[in-house]
Write a protein that binds this ligand. Structure first.
Ligand code: C2E
Ligand code: MG
Ligand code: MG
Length: 751
């Protein structure tokens, strides 16, 4: 709402043209003429009274004074009348005045000055004012009375009745003819004006008649209602415009050549909501000049709101109300085109999926809105934050000077810190820390490369544990290139029959091979690639599914010839455990038909970290397929011991980092002993990974690790090499433990 602008009231001169209709104008002219004649008569009578003989002319003088005053009042009332009904009353009064004057003139025809002047005026006034009706109302009564009364002229000569009638006809008929023609034209004009007024006043859209300087001469009720103002006459319309310039420009374009202009402008009235109107302004010109402007204003507020909403929706994210990717793209293009330093911050929430999966999407949405508020609070006026989708936000930072890197870094740190405290939402306190990647523009940066580099840096921040910011640098660029190379090479390798597998045996307390773990081996361009790296790249590029099924199928096929009591361990990434995994595995088992209990899937703790209830259900379904489950690398992740009680797993592989500290590291000794005791309590086998020395091996056994795996006993080997380890004939001879531990090639010795 805004206060009403000062009204510049129009002076009556400006409005006179618009108020008087032609008939009122004629009545006014009569009143003026009548006043003038009364004055002349007064002067003549006064002179006569002062100089002439004996007649008492005072009553006559008074009557003339009264006539003069009544004419003056009638004239002023006519001038002031601004509506037709009042004007008609005035015309009635003037008619009565004419009649009275006619009678008076006749009655006092002997009065000097009245005998010729008054009848002539009366005889002309009636027909001029009312046409043929005027002849009937004034001319005929005058003629009749005059022909009945004895008439004398100024010289005292008697005049006859036919002379009187001739005078009446000569004066009234031409006056009536002239008046009729004039009145017909006036009538047409008056009707046209009446139609215009009706259309103007009854129009549902706002209408105004403007002076050429923009002041409102007349406004219809719809415009008053639109602006919530009772009196608009005399106000400047531009004072109501939300953008005065638009209105003034629209009106300034009018001329005798360009008589109409159209534009849209916002109007703000008093105590009403601002309205948008579509304006058609038409010029009324005379002598090549714009005199008046008719303005028609149609309320288009709803349409504009809809347009604005559609425009907003096209450029903003519907959930958070933040600008969307399109706005970001345009702003980045603009900033790059100006060759100003630009930084892009890619923000991704850590483990947001967990919120969505465990609390539902509505909770996830609420969290995203809360995050968007925090991000906005971190920004400076010149920065922009957009939501790309999901839990991904991008901030466009426009550093104010050359030290752009420092400013972008500071902003990134502010964002990380701002996201750190838990968010209070309807769903309770939710934590959503963020990983931020920063990329800075250089000479040849494009929108695509900036966002890609910031995304890469964000991934690096996430890989480093999240909840931190990282700036894109050359090393990251190399990592990306390498990752890309590994990805495309692996895709080709899988298409061409796949990488190969190595197997690393697991032995029991007696040194017997009770299982062998399948491990990926892939040589790309002659260089062996670290399987852990291959798996990470595959996980990031969604190749993990294909790779995982390749390993499972190959390992199941190759293990078909193994001794019956040797298990096959296969590593399974958490990314593989999607909803289709169970059915696909069931189909594969149907196809390869491994011995019952042969297959054991090793899951790392990262799989355990996510939605525990969902995981328990999934694992139970897998168990129902007749397979074993193991937790791999236990101790390095976040899985707590309490989880273990709930997970349907049979084997626990304690991570190499704990075994390597044995036997001297008291902490590791305590941990391994505790984990082994707990695993025993849950009925699990505990497998020590990465056993490299005899001391480690002996300590692991002493602490309760029932099975071991490591370079001390067997390195990962080809399938052919593994086959050579199998005893030619079962059963195996029990090997003394000390000897088995001392000699990694125990089976060969026995064979
Ligand atoms: P992991 O499942 O824990 O496998 C054991 C890793 O430890 C193997 O490394 C093995 O060569 C190594 N190792 C075994 N004994 C010793 C030892 O005494 N000393 C040392 N220093 N290392 C030992 P590798 O083959 O490089 O595999 C690394 C990781 O890559 C695996 O760790 C596993 O997480 C992953 N991986 C390997 N193959 C696959 C696969 O087919 N699928 C999936 N999802 N992951 C796999
Ligand atoms: Mg493993
Ligand atoms: Mg392991």
């Amino acid at each position: 709402m805004r206060t009403l602008p000062n009204l510049h009231l129009a002076r009556p001169r400006d409005l006179a043209d618009d108020r008087l209709d032609p008939q009122s104008r004629a009545a006014a002219a009569y009143a003026v003429g009548r006043f003038a004649i009364a004055l002349i008569a007064l002067v003549m009578l006064s002179v006569r009274t002062a100089t002439g003989p004996g007649q008492d002319l005072v009553p006559v003088l008074l009557v003339h004074v009264a006539f003069a005053l009544s004419a003056l009042v009638a004239g002023l009332v006519v001038l002031a009348a601004d509506d037709a009904a009042r004007a008609r009353w005035v015309h009635g009064l003037v008619l009565a005045d004419v009649m009275a004057f006619a009678l008076y003139s006749l009655a006092f025809s002997s009065v000097p000055g009245a005998g010729t002047l008054w009848p002539v005026f009366v005889l002309l006034a009636g027909p001029l004012l009312w046409g043929w009706r005027g002849v009937l109302m004034t001319g005929v009564p005058t003629g009749v009375i005059a022909s009945l009364l004895p008439q004398r002229d100024e010289l005292g000569q008697a005049s006859t009745a036919w002379e009187v009638w001739l005078l009446v006809l000569l004066l009234t008929v031409p006056a009536a003819v002239v008046s009729t023609f004039v009145r017909r034209g006036s009538l047409r004009l008056a009707r046209a004006e009446e139609h215009f007024r009706t259309a103007f006043d009854d129009a549902s859209s706002g209408m105004a008649l403007l002076h050429r300087d923009g002041r409102i001469l007349r406004a219809n009720p719809a415009l008053h209602a639109l602006l919530g103002v009772e009196q608009l006459t005399g106000a400047r319309l531009a004072d109501f415009a939300t953008d005065e310039q638009v209105l003034l420009t629209g009106l300034a374009g009018l001329s005798s050549e360009h008589r109409a202009s159209r534009f849209e402008v916002g109007l703000q009235g008093a105590d009403v909501e601002p309205r948008w109107v579509s304006v058609v302004a038409s010029a009324i010109c005379t002598d090549g000049q714009v005199r008046r402007v008719i303005l028609q204003a149609e309320d288009i507020t709803e349409r504009r709101r809809l347009q604005d909403r559609l425009a907003f929706e096209a450029t903003h994210d519907s959930l958070t109300g933040l600008p969307n990717q399109r706005v970001l793209h345009d702003a980045l293009c603009e900033a790059l085109a100006e060759h100003r330093p630009v930084a892009v911050l890619f923000v991704d929430l850590d483990r947001f999926k967990l919120v969505n999966d465990s609390l539902g999407h509505a909770a996830g949405d609420r969290l995203l809105v809360a995050v968007s508020h925090r991000l906005q609070a971190c920004l400076r006026a010149e920065d922009l934050v957009a939501r790309l989708g999901g839990d991904e936000f991008v901030i466009l930072c426009r550093p104010s000077d050359d030290d752009g890197a420092a400013q972008a870094n500071q902003l990134a740190q502010r964002v990380v810190l701002a996201l750190r405290p838990a968010h209070s939402t309807l769903d309770g306190m939710l934590s959503a820390t963020g990983s931020v990647g920063v990329a800075l523009s250089n000479g040849d940066a494009t929108v695509g490369t900036l966002i890609r580099d910031a995304d890469t840096a964000m991934y690096a921040a996430k890989a480093a544990g999240g909840n931190r910011a990282m700036v894109f640098n050359d090393q990251l660029r190399l990592d990306v290139v390498r990752r890309h190379e590994i990805e495309s090479g692996l895709r080709d390798a899988l298409d061409a029959g796949g990488p190969s597998l190595a197997y690393q045996p697991i032995i029991d307390e007696a040194g017997r091979i009770v299982a062998a773990e399948a491990l990926l081996r892939w040589t790309h361009k002659g260089v062996p690639i670290d399987p852990a790296e291959v798996v990470v790249v595959a996980e990031q590029s969604a190749l993990i599914g294909d790779l995982g099924w390749f390993v499972l199928r190959r390992a199941l096929q190759e293990s078909a010839t193994w001794p019956a009591d040797v298990r096959l361990h296969v590593n399974v990434s958490a990314h593989q455990l999607d909803d289709g995994f169970h059915d696909a595995l069931a189909a594969l088992l149907q196809e390869t038909r491994p011995l019952p209990g042969r297959l054991c899937l090793e899951l790392t703790e990262t799989a355990v970290r996510d939605d525990i209830d969902g995981l328990v259900t999934k694992l139970q379904q897998l168990r129902a397929l007749g397979i074993r489950l193991a937790i791999d690398d236990f101790g390095v992740g976040n899985a707590s011991l309490t989880y273990l009680a709930r997970l349907p797993v049979q084997d626990l592989k304690i991570d190499r980092s704990f075994i390597s500290g044995l036997p001297d590291d008291a902490g590791n000794v305590a941990i391994v002993a505790g984990v082994a005791a707990m695993a025993r309590a849950y009925g699990m086998q505990i497998i020590a990974e990465g056993v490299e020395t005899r001391a480690q091996d002996l300590t692991a056994v002493r602490l309760g690790c029932t099975q071991r795996q490591g370079y001390l006993h067997h390195r990962p080997m080809t399938h052919d090499a593994l086959q050579r380890l199998w005893p030619l004939e079962p059963p195996l001879v029990a090997v003394p433990r000390a000897r088995a531990v001392a000699d990694g090639s125990v089976f060969r010795a026995v064979r």
